[in-house]
Design a protein around this ligand. Structure first.
Ligand SMILES: Nc1ncnc2c1ncn2[C@@H]1O[C@H](COP(=O)(O)OP(=O)(O)OP(=O)(O)O)[C@@H](O)[C@H]1O
Length: 619
């Protein structure tokens, strides 16, 4: 159960006595105080005796004091109760050591408070918190913002509903310990310090580190919001003129005057508050410090005062004054209420509303981004597609060109083959050729002779003279025919068939029909055995020679073997060309297939591209 019911309690006052500092040890200064029990302090030589909530001896750690006196205030703060912890005491008595300490060696109340707050948040998953921090100093009665070097002489605004407000003070929202530490570090760099007789780094101002905690249940049905403030105050130390020595500067003297005056006002306020029966007004307005502390001292905060004292007999008067101040403060009674905020002024509410708005914005942006991303991916797709299209078009053009070249090559081969065929004298498929020949030529005598000639070449044994003569004439006729083709455009000379010898007539007759035979032979398998004779062929040259010799009647060759050799050579060439032709045919058919594939691809890509473009236009 949360403690919400108002009840009266005393301010907690504890005394901390610091160890002797090196200066005191060097001077062999003795102690003026002894601690008879955990809550009491007594003069070593006199009878003065004081009792507090707790008195801490010299070697007690700051952490132990924090655990015993401050931790409960932090827990209350997290539940919505204001808190105020301050260190009071003469200069050099250990206030800054207690409040700030050193993170590494002995952390003070401020770092320990921060750790406790964040640990509490971590252990309270059913609530949400918002932490804000500000860091101020009161220097020469001016409130300065330690988090903003331009925030000087800030004004205090008092308002019954909202309490005390320092206009223009920086309030940083902190979500981590490191963030708070950075603020503290920044504040330290702006703080006013000076070296005095008692302290080489004496605070010349009252420093207030303020933490505002807003908390709210995560349960949406519970609308109440708690808001509480904790002030951690490191007061400047009261000091006498002796502290600065006879050569004190005007600045030091002025600082001292302001420090002492504000501490005196604080002491008076505490005195008036501790004596409620006395109806004399409390002079809060006499100093900025008491104006700021008013809500806390009037009962809005749980207050812990740590009174720091020196053990030294040298500081006896100042320590006595501190102990009297502590005694008066101990008498102050407070009725503390929990701060419950029901309006939407609390920052956590504003932030939640802001978060809701931002989330809405984020959702809008996300959907916009999604659209844009989709658009982008569409554009990328179109771009990729266009590139692919270009590639396919290039490929197609290349294939077209290749196809054209292959066709040309094929035509060349074909014409070469035709030329060869035109020169065929005999064929392995002679029977088939003969049948065809018979069909076209008929079984006339001349052709029978031709066939016999061809067959005789295939036979073993030497050629007869007539056979040799026939071969020679056949060759001569081939030459004439070729010349005739070359001179086709020129008027062919009239041939008197009656004047020709029987042999010439036979050959001419046969040759006239050769194109027809060849046409028919196109249908015959191309791998036939045939003779092919080219113009410059050395074998033809030889045969020409043989023919010439035959004409002159001195024919001695060619032998059957010579002719078969010629036939074989020519057949090889013919079959090679035929093979190349087939290869070309195959290439053409592959290219045609590839081209078709390419065309199909191109068409489907163009279609896809069209669709994408349509889609893009719609977007
Ligand atoms: N409990 C302690 N243990 C060890 N050293 C301490 C302790 N308290 C104070 N000191 C040392 O005493 C010196 C003065 O302490 P500190 O600066 O905290 O005094 P102060 O009261 O803040 O002085 P001022 O009012 O001038 O700022 C420092 O060197 C500090 O380290």
């Amino acid at each position: 159960m949360e403690d919400q019911g108002p009840k009266e309690e005393h301010i907690t006052v504890a005394v901390r006595i610091r160890p002797f500092v090196p200066r005191e040890l060097a001077n062999g200064i003795s102690s003026a105080w002894e601690l008879p029990g955990p809550t009491s302090i007594k003069e070593v030589t006199g009878q003065r005796f004081f009792v507090y909530d707790r008195v801490y001896e010299q070697h007690v750690s700051t952490e132990k004091i924090f655990d015993e006196q401050c931790e409960k205030i932090i827990w209350k703060l997290m539940e919505g109760f204001n808190g105020c912890i301050f260190c009071y005491g003469q200069t050099g008595s250990g206030k800054t050591f207690t409040m700030h300490g050193s993170r590494k060696t002995q952390p003070g109340f401020v770092p320990l408070t921060i750790d406790t707050i964040f640990a509490y948040i971590q252990q309270t998953p059913d609530k949400e918190f918002l932490i804000r921090c500000s860091y101020l100093e009161i220097y020469n009665e001016n409130i300065n913002d330690l988090l903003n070097p331009n925030g000087l002489n800030l004004q205090v605004q008092e308002d019954k509903k909202n309490g005390i407000k320092i206009v223009g003070a920086t309030e940083e929202v902190c979500s981590s310990i490191n963030q708070v530490n950075s603020l503290l570090y920044l504040g330290e760099t702006h703080k006013q310090f000076a070296s005095t007789e008692f302290n080489s780094r004496s605070s010349r101002s009252h420093c207030i580190f303020r933490i505002i905690v807003e908390s709210k249940s995560r349960d949406p049905r519970l609308k109440n919001l708690n808001m509480a403030t904790l002030n951690l105050i490191d007061l400047a130390g009261s000091e006498s003129a002796a502290v600065h020595g006879p050569t004190a500067s005007l600045n030091r003297t002025r600082e001292m005057k302001y420090i002492n005056r504000s501490l005196l006002t604080l002491a008076t306020v505490i005195m008036r508050l501790s004596d409620k029966a006395n109806s004399i007004p409390v002079p809060y307005r006499d100093s900025k410090l008491t104006r700021l502390l008013r809500p806390a001292l009037e009962g809005e905060s749980k207050v812990v005062i740590i009174c720091n004292i020196s053990p030294s007999i040298d500081s006896y008067d100042e320590t006595l004054s501190t102990l009297k101040f502590a005694q008066r403060a101990k008498k102050i009674k407070q009725t503390i209420k929990k701060n419950v905020v029901r309006d939407s002024k609390a920052l956590i509410m504003k932030y939640e509303a802001e978060i809701e708005k931002l989330q809405e914005k984020l959702r809008e942006m996300e959907s916009k981004f999604k659209d844009e991303a989709e658009n982008q991916s569409l554009k990328d797709e179109i771009w990729k597609m266009s590139e692919k299209l270009m590639m396919i078009q290039d490929e197609k053009e290349m294939l077209d060109a290749k196809l054209e070249t292959t066709f040309k090559e094929k035509l060349q081969l074909q014409s070469e083959l035709e030329r060869l065929r035109a020169m065929i004298l005999v064929s392995e498929n002679i029977n088939k050729a003969d049948i065809l020949e018979d069909e076209f030529v008929g079984a006339d005598k001349k052709n029978q002779e031709r066939r016999r000639l061809r067959l005789s070449i295939m036979r073993d044994g030497p050629l007869t003279f007539e056979e040799k003569e026939a071969v020679v004439h056949e060759i001569q006729h081939e030459e004439e025919k070729r010349n005739h083709t070359v001179l086709a455009d020129m008027k062919a000379p009239e041939v008197d068939l009656h004047s020709l010898s029987r042999r010439e007539t036979n050959l001419l007759d046969g040759v006239e029909r050769i194109p027809e035979i060849l046409e028919k032979q196109e249908e015959i398998p191309v791998n036939r055995f045939s003779i092919m004779i080219s113009d410059n062929d050395p074998k033809l040259v030889k045969l020409r020679e043989v023919a010439k010799q035959a004409d002159e009647g001195v024919l001695t060759g060619p032998s059957r073997a010579d002719l078969l050799l010629v036939i074989e050579e020519q057949d090889k060439l013919n079959s090679r060309l035929q093979g190349q032709l087939e290869e070309k045919d195959q290439q053409i058919s592959i290219l045609k297939d590839e081209l078709q594939l390419c065309r199909n691809n191109l068409i489907s890509m163009q279609k896809q591209l069209k669709e994408y473009k349509k889609k893009e236009m719609l977007n």
